[in-house]
Design a protein around this ligand. Structure first.
Ligand code: SAH
Ligand code: SF4
Ligand code: F3S
Length: 479
């Protein structure tokens, strides 16, 4: 199944497991941290928090685990093969540890939270296991390991948002950055481990979010992506200090937060992820439409096109509700790009219901989709209540049909830009050739064009689109 697991290497896939590094400040303790991350953008944002905490202790980062004193692997549990990948990687670290017994190996993130102390039993080389809400304890836990014990903290919190930690940017391009605006998830989709690995949903203080965004902008960053498992349920209650020093009780929802971040500067582009079809409001859509610097792109995972399957998934919306939200997006933001996550072969899914997924894909015309075959996760509602009864070959075939449709639609959507001029934010040289530059347009499509004199990373430029593949627009800079 692994080959078909991801539709495209376009987004997160290229970053999975790469060494995450940053230039260190001056005062160091001579110790080196190697960290790599798997899973969603929130896990990558967490690795930046972890690195910040250890940099404060005098560590520096290294891109080579063979020269590290501490190796951290920030893990994902979302599907079985995500976990398998981590286990394989750990066996490589194990070989290194046999050569260098002083090496400390730590497992962080969702697998740490899901497996807890079982991890220490199952993977003997692991010294420290730390869940996503316990990263502040890392310095103490490392001390425990140095005094010869195994260390573990997997307590989940109802309050922790790491709001006061200004994260270092790992492997940063100095232009685009992620900001976590909330943690956890309360939705309990029946297939999903996230509520168990990340705990209860909590929103971060908007003052700290705005301060972080302003700080990034002051440092020259031009694009910020606001992150949460369900950004539409962002809600913060607290006080705001007025000019006359009085404290005023305030409530901030996601639309209001988006607006506040957009107002930092018209030169700062804003993206966000993930939107939940049950919660996305017209107020959010009108806010996107109102500000040019809020990108016209919404990731709105459908999961399935069948109301019966959606009910079994506990997604709490129907096919009709989803279509109504898509219609609202198309009405309020006519050139908005929409992407999705789709699961093939969920428990009891019939052939007709699979066809309903294909037909909703036709209806929406997604610009992009992440597609997965259902992977049962221990402890979830579906694992407890439903039988994982769709044979692997059927899942595989349904996934291939979904993928084929998406590739066709992605190509069709990109072809709409050919012959037009689009505004992009230059991110740097293209992965394939340093003679080419790349950047994304408002709709999040990747644009590649020959490096042009006077054009540099961090600038907005207009690019005339000459042609496209199913994943990339190709063009030339125009004045
Ligand atoms: N919070 C986001 C999704 C986060 S997980 C949302 O609600 O949309 C990313 C995606 O992984 C999900 O949208 C889903 O499509 C997929 N996924 C989650 N659990 C899965 C499982 N057990 N098997 C297959 N895919 C799964
Ligand atoms: Fe998982 Fe559902 Fe929460 Fe998304 S909304 S993280 S799929 S439980
Ligand atoms: Fe994976 Fe945890 Fe994110 S399970 S998708 S790393 S929240």
């Amino acid at each position: 199944m692994i080959d078909l697991e991801l539709t495209d290497k376009k987004h997160d896939e290229a970053r999975q497991g790469e060494a995450l590094v940053v230039d260190a400040p001056l005062v160091r303790n001579g110790r080196k941290l190697y960290i790599e991350s798997y899973g969603c953008q929130m896990n990558f944002a967490d690795s930046e928090i972890v690195a910040s905490i250890l940099l404060d202790q005098g560590f520096e980062t290294t891109g080579d685990y063979k020269e590290a004193d501490v190796v951290f692997i920030n893990t994902c549990s979302i599907r079985e093969n995500a976990e398998q990948r981590v286990r394989n990687r750990l066996s490589q670290f194990g070989a290194e540890k046999r050569k260098n017994p002083k090496l400390i190996v730590g497992v962080l993130g969702c697998m740490a939270e899901r497996l807890k102390s079982k991890f220490l039993e199952e993977e003997k080389l692991v010294d420290v296991v730390v869940g996503p809400d316990a990263y502040r304890e890392l310095p103490q836990l490392l001390n425990e390991v140095e005094s010869g014990q195994k260390a573990i903290n997997v307590l989940l919190s109802r309050e922790e948002t790491y709001a006061d930690i200004n994260p270092v940017r790992l492997n940063g391009n100095g232009i685009t950055a992620f900001i976590s605006i909330m943690r956890g998830c309360d939705n309990m989709c029946s297939f999903c481990v996230v509520p168990f690995t990340r705990g209860r949903e909590r929103s971060r203080d908007p003052h700290s979010i705005l301060a972080e965004a302003q700080d990034l902008f002051n440092k020259g960053y031009k694009e910020i992506t606001l992150l949460g498992q369900n950004v539409d349920s962002y809600k913060w209650k607290g006080t705001d200090t007025q000019e006359n020093n009085e404290n005023l009780a305030i409530e901030v929802n996601f639309a209001q937060l988006l607006e506040k971040v957009a107002l930092i500067s018209p030169e700062l582009r804003i993206r966000f992820s993930t939107s939940h079809p049950k919660d996305i409001t017209d107020e959010v859509l009108y806010t996107i439409a109102k500000y040019d610097n809020i990108c016209n792109y919404i990731h709105l995972p459908v999961q399935s096109g069948s109301t019966r399957v959606l009910e079994l998934m506990n997604r709490t919306y129907t096919r009709e509700w989803y279509i109504n939200r898509v219609d609202a997006i198309k009405r309020i933001i006519p050139d908005c790009a929409i992407s999705s996550d789709i699961i093939a072969g969920f428990c009891t899914e019939t052939e007709e219901e699979h066809q309903e997924t294909l037909s909703i894909m036709d209806y929406v015309g997604y610009d992009f989709a992440f597609t997965f075959s259902y992977s049962e996760r221990p402890g979830t509602l579906a694992a407890r209540k439903l039988e994982d009864d769709i044979p692997e070959e059927v899942k595989k075939r349904r996934l291939a049909e979904i993928l084929a449709k998406q590739q066709e639609t992605s190509l069709f959507r990109l072809q709409q830009f050919v012959g037009k001029t689009v505004r992009i934010l230059v991110e740097g040289t293209s992965k394939k050739s340093d003679k080419d530059f790349c950047g994304r347009n408002d709709q999040n499509a990747m644009v590649v064009f020959p490096a042009t004199e006077g054009v540099k990373a961090g600038q907005y430029v207009n690019v005339h689109i000459d042609r496209c593949t199913s994943a990339t627009l190709l063009g030339t800079v125009v004045n």
